[in-house]
Design a protein around this ligand. Structure first.
Ligand code: 3HC
Length: 327
């Protein structure tokens, strides 16, 4: 189905319809599942929403890793709730993508065979408890920075799913910051752990916003369609500007000697991440890519009987209903 949609892309879009569609977008109207849309718009949304959904699901792995080792019952319940929220986000987003004519099974298969991506950040390991603080603070913080504007994205189901997701991500960011606050007020060793987590997570967090604008393939068309509301660099800058005072409050040092306030621009100057590393990670060569895909593959294989049982049950119910109607 997805392959057929891609094939028909060039044939369906006549200039008149495209102009009318663009006028709706420019007027700030929401596009809904049954509305006509260019195939490129549909395909871009499937790519972005699907990738986003996969990120929420794969993103459970580095944190799930710490549930049994959280230091207190309260931290454990908070982390458990957060990881469950991420599963919920993945499900809303898969549902939003399904309204575009792709099934969740197809998206999962594309994730497993490498045709679809998930966020680069989840290919880094979470080595200490302080990483749970840094992930909440920086990773969920970066996710919110990117996702708040997406509440105004042009595709109705995506925009609506973002409203609830952003509320929950905001709780996640705070629980991460709270962990960091506890660590920096703790022993010298705990403070060192917090600094070490920041040192390792800072540049991968900056990479979450995607390549620099000059290398972003999709930004200009996605912004014209209001699928994206900001460029990658705009959001990255906003994240740096908001996060630096938070690091100062914690008494931690962002691992970037060039991070300085620039009076002229009214923003912090900062060092860009190592883009070679980023492209290697999204090609599958990051520290944890193989583990993440292996874990998803295992879950997919082991869940096959559940999917089969549910399909059989639905089939049986449909049969019973049809028989009832015939009598
Ligand atoms: N990780 C993996 N791949 C990335 C990436 C990242 N951080 N940033 C960019 N890419 C990929 C793109 O998918 C594209 O590859 P493709 O053509 O094969 O799909 C390529 O790099 C070029 O990048 P572009 O800038 O042209 O791509 P986009 O216009 O799609 O912009 C984006 C990238 C800013 C991430 C955009 O897709 C987006 O805003 N997505 C929605 C938000 C999202 O997916 N967030 C996931 C964050 S994690 C999360 O929310 C979980 C929470 O629990 C923390």
């Amino acid at each position: 189905m997805y392959a057929q949609m891609i094939k028909s892309e060039a044939t369906e879009d006549d200039p008149q319809r495209l102009a009318e569609f663009q006028a709706r977008i420019d007027a700030g109207e929401k596009i809904e599942p049954k509305d006509w849309m260019p195939e490129g718009y549909r395909k871009t949304l499937i790519r972005q929403i699907g990738q986003h959904a996969h990120s929420e699901i794969v993103g459970q792995l580095p944190e799930g890793n710490w549930i049994t080792r959280a230091p207190t019952l309260e931290r454990k319940t908070n982390l458990l709730a957060k990881v469950q929220d991420e599963a919920g986000h993945g499900l809303y987003l898969y549902c939003a993508a399904e309204t575009l004519g792709v099934s969740r099974d197809e998206m999962t298969e594309m994730l497993l065979d490498g045709r679809m991506k998930y966020s680069s950040i989840f290919n880094y390991p979470t080595l200490t408890w302080a990483d749970m603080g840094a992930v909440g603070w920086l990773v969920d913080g970066a996710a919110i920075m990117n996702q708040v504007p997406l509440q105004r994205t042009s595709y109705g189901p995506y925009a609506r799913s973002m409203v609830r997701i952003c509320k929950e991500e905001s709780f996640h960011q705070r629980q991460g910051f709270h962990i960091m606050m506890a660590m920096v007020k703790g022993t010298e060793a705990q403070k060192r752990m917090a600094q070490d987590a920041l040192n390792r997570m800072w540049f991968p967090a900056l990479m979450m916003f995607g390549p620099s604008d000059k290398d972003s393939v999709h930004s200009s068309q996605s912004m014209a369609w209001k699928i994206k509301m900001n460029t990658n660099d705009e959001l990255r800058q906003k994240f740096v500007d908001e996060t630096k005072p938070q690091a100062d409050y914690l008494g931690l040092t962002i691992p970037d000697e060039n991070l300085k306030w620039n009076e002229e621009t009214g923003h912090y100057d900062y060092t860009e991440p190592d883009w070679n590393e980023f492209f290697e990670v999204i090609k599958g060569n990051g520290p944890c890519n193989a583990d993440r895909i292996e874990a998803r593959q295992k879950a997919w294989n082991e869940g096959a009987w559940v999917r089969d049982a549910m399909m059989a049950h639905a089939e049986k119910k449909r049969g019973a209903k049809a028989n009832g109607a015939a009598q």
